[in-house]
Design a protein around this ligand. Structure first.
Ligand SMILES: Nc1nc2c(ncn2[C@@H]2O[C@H](COP(=O)(O)OP(=O)(O)O)[C@@H](O)[C@H]2O)c(=O)[nH]1
Ligand SMILES: [Mg+2]
Length: 295
């Protein structure tokens, strides 16, 4: 299944980022820990330029902890730092705040010598559904202060004060016009970064079955109480899921669509356990070009 999704509002968002980047001191790059490499948007490289980057491996509660640790080491080499977060958990804000202050230490020191107490500005970037807004809400806590639109820029975009001297800008999730490869597009679809309406879920679920079996077939066996044989085609696995769950139509036919949606939703809702779709060792396999992070 070929996946493509780059609606017009994303081009608009990229333009907004291009404008705003001028007043930004650092980038907070939110990646879904389950597929961090696929979350790196090659379109953003030229916008970010040389600004320091704080990578956030978000949703780390949904990913394999050892794999996430490897990704943390990997991304630390490219950014100022890389932190692992569960943005739905309170108290994670401190990690981000100190990462910002660390990334901008030199600037703060320099201005302090001149007696200036500057405001540090960070722009939050990431693919749709990576958890940008959740992270910002967490950072704001109860003391959410909307500082209002900055003059001369698009309406609706707001800088939010998160701590003394730190302001953050949320941005709409952005993808890129053509996916580097179809595996990347599939990972983005599984983690919910691509609008469901443009996806053929029954067909996606077959690719998903084959990808999950490659990681560990017992994930599906234990969740659906089924037995997967080595030569089972994905469609046979889907049938087993439908049988086991009792997803039937009239005349006892299997309800394939229901089974397909159940599989995809179970992954999205973390009901299949902590799964990382990508490992650092897979980068060569993903054959992703045109990225700062390419090895
Ligand atoms: N389990 C878990 N869920 C998260 C985390 N961060 C965000 N979410 C969920 O992911 C979904 C998308 O989050 P949202 O902040 O709207 O993403 P955005 O599109 O990047 O702004 C929401 O259902 C959040 O509750 C996290 O760290 N762990
Ligand atoms: Mg959002």
């Amino acid at each position: 299944m070929i996946i493509q999704w780059f609606p017009g509002h994303m081009t608009k968002a990229l333009r907004m980022m291009e404008k705003e980047i001028k007043v930004v001191d650092t980038i907070i790059y939110v990646l879904d820990a389950r597929a961090p490499f696929s979350c790196v948007n090659p379109k953003l490289n030229s916008i970010i330029g040389e600004k320091p980057i704080i990578y956030v491996l978000n949703k780390c509660d949904m990913a394999n902890p050892e794999t996430t640790k490897e990704w943390q080491e990997y991304f630390s080499k490219f950014g100022s730092t890389c932190i692992m977060l569960n943005s739905t958990e309170s108290g994670t804000a401190k990690k981000v705040e100190s990462a910002i202050r660390n990334a901008l230490k030199a600037k703060i020191e320099k201005l302090k010598l001149k007696g200036i107490n500057t405001i540090l500005r960070a722009m939050v970037l990431g693919v749709p559904n990576s958890g940008k807004s959740t992270l910002i809400n967490n950072l704001c806590g109860v003391a959410k202060t909307i500082t209002g639109n900055r003059p001369g820029v698009t309406k609706g975009k707001q800088w939010v004060k998160i701590a003394s001297g730190i302001e953050i800008l949320d941005t709409p999730g952005t993808l890129w016009p053509a996916f580097d490869n179809n595996q990347v597009a599939h990972h983005l679809a599984y983690i919910g970064s691509i609008k469901e309406e443009v996806l053929d879920i029954p067909s996606l679920s077959l690719d998903f079955i084959s990808d999950i079996i490659n990681i560990d077939k017992t994930i599906l066996e234990s969740r659906y109480n089924i037995q997967i044989e080595p030569d089972d085609e994905p469609i046979m696995v889907l049938e087993k899921v439908c049988e086991s769950r009792g997803y039937k139509l009239k005349r006892n036919e299997l309800d394939y669509d229901r089974g397909a949606f159940a599989l995809i939703n179970d992954f999205k809702s973390n009901r299949l356990g902590k799964i990382s779709l990508e490992k650092v060792a897979d980068i060569k396999k993903l054959k992703i070009k045109d990225r700062k992070q390419d090895v």
